[in-house]
Design a protein around this ligand. Structure first.
Ligand code: PMP
Length: 360
């Protein structure tokens, strides 16, 4: 098989060992004679898979007892609606930090539900950095941030400091499990799985129990977080195969040495690529301000559109997949989630240096 370096933004690279393990059990899961996809979601085998995933996630992320882990569907995009539907009463205001296209989309959905306020934004600077001051509205229902901006390549380096009485809600779709965080700083975290957690199909929600108690009572059953909490995320059929894959990915993270080790390697991977950009005499330009650079999505441009096209074409010929920037902003982007090996980042760095010397 041709060697491919996968820098896709999501769905993204999965650890090879995980795919091999899934392959080895695909037709006969633990001597059941059935594939995981064929097991009942009420069977003890499946219940054990989901239980393992939850326990491992709690262990790896240090999730305290007063939080629930829920498995939902509809992607992070459904969370854009579920959050305000559950937690934005008509006499309060939802606060949003606008740091890119995904937070714009989250805000758009909140506007459909009730009062909103932009507490901080870097829109005027083309989302090249994370704002460092906040201006909260009166009577805020919550503050929403996007911890990593997948399209623009910026990332929050610390949690915004707000009074503990205001729930902090974070879309962590593109950096969950990539670095240590203090769960206690957040009331709700959500993440579509298809970057650091597994294949698409499942959305992980980590929610503080006291926030759960505040869910609106007036919602369709499947939009109410309490439905998932009360039924162990088994009110209806969950995405069983995606949750199985999540459990394998979490096993893999643990075997790597947990999040501390993963974080260290992620830093080395990102620095390998940012170093090429910074030492290219301006040939490669990283639009993200240095203090806001993402360790998950490295965005860069070349001097001209033609060079960008040639770069992407040649990269493809060398086996580098997924390097085109998001269709909204163009340029290039290397997504280097947990499962992307450091060796692949070094290969890309070599290729970028070679390409530059050929064209300078
Ligand atoms: N938020 C962020 C930060 C994302 O990167 C994405 C997807 N790339 C989304 C939300 C949307 O996720 P989904 O496709 O799971 O709805």
């Amino acid at each position: 098989m041709k060697k491919v370096y996968n820098f896709n933004a999501g769905p993204a690279a999965l650890p090879k060992e995980v795919l091999q393990k899934a392959q080895s059990e695909l037709l006969n899961y633990q001597e059941t004679g059935l594939s995981v996809m064929e097991l009942s979601h009420r069977s003890p085998h499946y219940e054990q898979i989901q239980h393992n995933a939850t326990e491992l996630l709690k262990k790896l992320m240090n999730i305290p007892e007063n939080y629930e882990v829920l498995y939902m569907q509809g992607g992070a995009s459904l969370q854009f609606s579920a959050v305000p539907l559950n937690f934005l009463p008509s006499d309060q205001t939802a606060n949003y930090c606008l740091t890119g296209s995904w937070s714009e989309k989250a805000l758009k959905e909140a506007k459909r539900v009730g009062n909103t306020h932009i507490a901080a934004t870097s829109k005027e600077q083309n989302y090249t950095h994370i704002p460092n001051s906040l201006n909260l509205s009166d009577n805020p229902a919550y503050l929403h941030i996007t911890s990593n901006n997948t399209i623009f390549g910026t990332q929050w380096k610390s949690t915004p400091s707000i009074p503990s009485s205001i729930p902090l809600i974070a879309d962590m779709s593109s950096d969950i499990l990539s670095k240590q965080i203090r769960i206690e700083d957040y009331s709700l975290i959500y993440a579509g799985a298809q970057k650091n957690l597994g294949p698409s199909g499942v959305t992980v929600v980590i929610i503080k129990k006291d926030l759960l108690e505040q869910c609106s009572t007036n919602l369709p059953t499947m939009l109410n977080y309490q439905t998932y909490a009360k039924n162990n995320s088994l009110y209806n059929t969950p995405p069983t195969f995606s949750i199985y894959m999540l459990s394998l990915v979490l096993d893999w993270v643990e075997k790597q040495g947990g999040i501390t080790k993963i974080e260290q390697i992620n830093g080395e991977k990102a620095n390998t690529l940012y170093h090429v950009i910074d030492s290219s005499n301006g040939f490669y330009h990283g639009p993200a301000r240095k203090d806001s650079r993402s360790y998950m999505n490295v965005t860069f441009t070349l001097p001209t559109e033609e060079l960008t096209t040639t770069f992407l074409q040649q990269a493809k010929e060398h086996g580098f997949v997924g390097l085109a920037g998001h269709r909204l902003i163009g340029g290039c982007r290397a997504s280097i989630y947990n499962a992307v090996p450091i060796e692949d980042c070094k290969e890309l760095a070599k290729f970028m240096e070679q390409f530059r010397t050929n064209f300078m």
